[in-house]
Write a protein that binds this ligand. Structure first.
Ligand code: UDX
Length: 463
């Protein structure tokens, strides 16, 4: 279970406890903060800092999105985020603007939370960041702290620091600090208020401490704060995501072997996860990891290593193993249907994981594409991601609910672990399907229960 489950819908993450007294932490509220970028990372940070009592202006240059944000509407699904925006906008601590030049006047801290997507060669596209940095170079004020919140290649902090003028004593008039985020989509608001740790890196100790205090003032329980230099903070982020992707990739590989030798991977995960050196989280086999970070970060990490003539053997294998996982899921479906040619496949779940409408690098994309290539017809249902599906998988049919996705299907496949799929109406599903096959790529259902409805069940590495 993720820690997200600890926050029931009735108790919002920011309401469950009183913040530690400001005096206790030596930190102050009411700091003027500018957050550049109204995407997932920027919005959670902006709303979270406002909730801590700071004064936040969030800069978003897309005017359509800006208009939505001013009305506390978030253009993607993220639990609790709209409410947090609305509360803080109404309280006068959070506002939105498209004018970066004006928005940074008088701010103490400027968080940069713009997108840093992958280039075709796997390295990172810093063009959005460079555009802002060019402006900051001209207009940033002495004493301001510029914080890199976006995931940026190792060395970006030091590069950015050099853009700002040097004082007589060699110090810089503007300090650059790295503060990578570790928020999980779907539970990002919860993670902001209950982080496992906060990483702050920079050369100027006072600036590092200042940024750490922005969090300390709002934390409801003591949180470890790792203070370090810029490049270490940058690499912590890459190493964390590479490790998590490796962990999921590992259990996926073990699940594949379990399928072949008839052993239950869930018991293996339980048996190894109890060892604190391994840990129980991120041991759920699935159709392959996805999302906006893992692949992008693994590729940049490998690219950095290659540039130093030191290929990352493990990280590259993790990328390759994830592709095989997509092929394995498609092969399971093909095995059950006999042939994919003209088969109708119902897909439940398109987002890369539950709790988000995000389809970036979702395993559903390559799996569905493979089915389509082999001549199948695909009809899918996702509780949140239909708008995204029209973009990523424009040729598939979208159904209104799970039963409709199953209608006349030769196989139904669960790709995302949405809660509502745990309570599928299996009776109706078994009645409307052409052939009663179910591939549960998230091991969400109990095989015996599914089989009771006459369906052939196949999970991931389940005996
Ligand atoms: C991740 C990191 O967790 C976060 O710290 C970082 O800031 C951004 O990247 P996120 O992309 O939201 O967060 O997703 P995460 O919850 O980490 O899951 C990543 C992928 O692994 C998903 O596709 C998920 O379905 C998959 N996964 C995760 C599994 O298949 N099994 C697991 O046990 C855990």
């Amino acid at each position: 279970m993720s820690s997200n489950d600890q926050s029931s819908p009735a108790v919002r993450p920011w309401e469950s406890a009183q913040p530690l007294a400001a005096g206790h932490t030596g930190a102050a509220t009411g700091v003027n903060i500018c957050v550049v970028g109204g995407g997932f990372v920027g919005l959670v940070a902006a709303a979270g800092f406002a909730q801590f009592g700071h004064n936040v202006v969030c800069v978003e240059k897309n005017l359509e999105r800006l208009a939505q944000l001013k009305e506390s509407r978030v253009p993607f699904f993220e639990r609790d985020l709209e409410e947090l925006l609305r509360r803080n906008t109404e309280a006068g601590r959070l506002s939105f603007s498209s004018d970066l030049k004006e928005a940074i006047v008088g701010q103490k801290v400027i968080f940069l939370a713009v997108g840093t997507p992958s280039l075709d060669n796997g390295r990172t596209d810093l063009s959005a960041l460079v555009e802002i940095v060019n402006l900051l170079g001209k207009v940033a004020e002495d004493g301001q702290i510029v914080v890199l919140k976006s995931t940026v290649p190792v060395g970006t902090g030091i590069w950015l620091q050099k853009k700002f003028p040097q004082n007589g004593n060699g110090s810089r008039s503007i300090s650059v600090v790295n503060n990578p985020e570790f928020l999980r989509e779907g539970s990002a608001v919860y993670d902001f208020f209950y982080p496992q740790r906060i990483v702050v890196g920079g050369d100027n100790q006072a600036a590092v401490e200042f940024v750490a205090n922005l969090y300390r003032v709002g934390m409801t329980r003591p949180v470890p704060i790792v203070t370090t230099n810029n490049e270490t903070a940058e690499m912590i982020k890459y190493a964390a995501n590479a490790f998590l992707a490796m962990k999921v990739g590992f259990i996926n590989e073990v699940a594949g072997l379990c399928d072949l030798v008839g052993i239950d991977v869930l018991e293996i995960a339980r048996g190894i996860g109890m060892d604190p050196r391994i840990g129980a989280e991120f041991l759920n086999p699935g159709p392959g990891w996805g999302g906006s970070c893992f692949r992008k970060d693994l590729r940049e990490f490998s690219g950095l290593a290659k540039a130093h003539d030191y290929p990352l053997i493990i990280a590259e294998a993790v990328l390759k193993a994830n592709q095989r996982q997509h092929e394995l899921v498609a092969a399971k479906i093909e095995r059950l249907t006999g042939s994919l040619e003209k088969a109708r496949i119902g897909v439940l779940g398109l987002s890369f994981k539950a709790g988000t409408s995000d389809m970036r690098d979702s395993p559903a994309i390559p799996i569905v594409q493979r089915l389509l290539e082999k001549g199948a017809e695909v009809v899918a249902y996702d509780p949140q991601a239909h708008t995204e599906a029209e973009h990523y998988l424009p040729t598939i049919e979208l159904a209104e609910n799970a039963v409709e996705a199953a209608r006349d299907a030769d196989c139904l496949v669960i790709l995302t672990e949405w809660e509502e799929f745990q309570a599928l109406d299996l009776r109706s599903i078994s009645e409307v399907m052409r052939k009663p096959n179910l591939v549960d790529a998230r091991n969400l259902l109990t095989p015996e229960v599914v089989r009771r409805y006459g369906l052939t069940y196949e999970g991931m590495g389940q005996k």
